[in-house]
Design a protein around this ligand. Structure first.
Ligand SMILES: [Zn+2]
Length: 219
């Protein structure tokens, strides 16, 4: 494939230029640390902070003599790894998904232009017509655990203790936050998941289906 999906995530907003409001790219959303990858090999043409795009990188590609330009917007503050003039390989991590600029919630806004990007976006095309699967070499399999908003509190346990009542390291409050979700970084036992929380660090959580917790594949 000439172009690959630039990040993991679910498609939360499609390409749409036939009616208003227009959307000149696709949005891919996923919580946590989500790397953003060059969709094809090329040369960085712009890397800056825009009011609307936020932290953004533009990459110019040459596909059999045809120039294309891709745009990776709303990346996490300070996460841009390359500057104009740098060359990147396909699948190379160029930054991390964020919500900088004109964005509500963490996502990657990705544009593909057949020809150069321009202010009227006259060369824009639907990325989904060009994107193949992420090559095996850059594929990451991730699972996330979602603690629903209905849950009042959720026990978390130190990694070195059995996840049973009395061993709690603390409590999470999904209700307070309208639900919580974490990347699963380990599965030390049946229905036991290791997550990293801001309050308690790396802890285990009991997430059997009967608890209301839900496990999703993030890719
Ligand atoms: Zn968008």
């Amino acid at each position: 494939m000439d172009f690959i999906k630039p990040s993991l995530g679910t498609l939360t907003n499609s390409f749409q230029i036939r009616s208003n409001p227009k959307h000149f790219g696709i949005d891919l959303a996923l919580p946590g640390n989500v790397s953003v990858k060059a969709s094809a090999a090329g040369t960085v043409t712009r890397s800056y902070v825009s009011d609307s795009y936020g932290e953004v990188i533009f990459i110019l590609h040459d596909i059999n003599g045809q120039p294309y330009e891709t745009v990776y917007a709303h990346m996490r503050k300070g996460s841009r790894k390359y500057q104009a003039g740098d060359t990147v390989k396909q699948g190379q991590v160029i930054g991390y998904m964020g919500s900088t600029g004109d964005a509500t919630g963490q996502h990657l806004h990705f544009e593909l232009h057949r020809g150069r990007w321009n202010g009227t976006k006259s060369n824009v095309v639907n990325p989904l017509d060009y994107i193949g699967d992420i090559p095996e070499s850059v594929k990451e399999t991730k699972q996330i655990i979602i603690l629903p908003a209905e849950a009042e509190s959720w026990r978390v346990y130190p990694l070195d203790k059995q996840p049973i009542k009395g061993n709690e390291a603390g409590y999470l409050n999904p209700k307070k936050f309208g639900g919580l979700q974490y990347n699963i970084v380990g599965t030390p036992g049946q229905d036991i998941y290791t997550i990293v929380t801001s309050d308690f660090g790396k802890v285990n959580i009991y997430g059997a289906r009967s608890t209301g917790a839900r496990i999703f594949n993030a890719s």
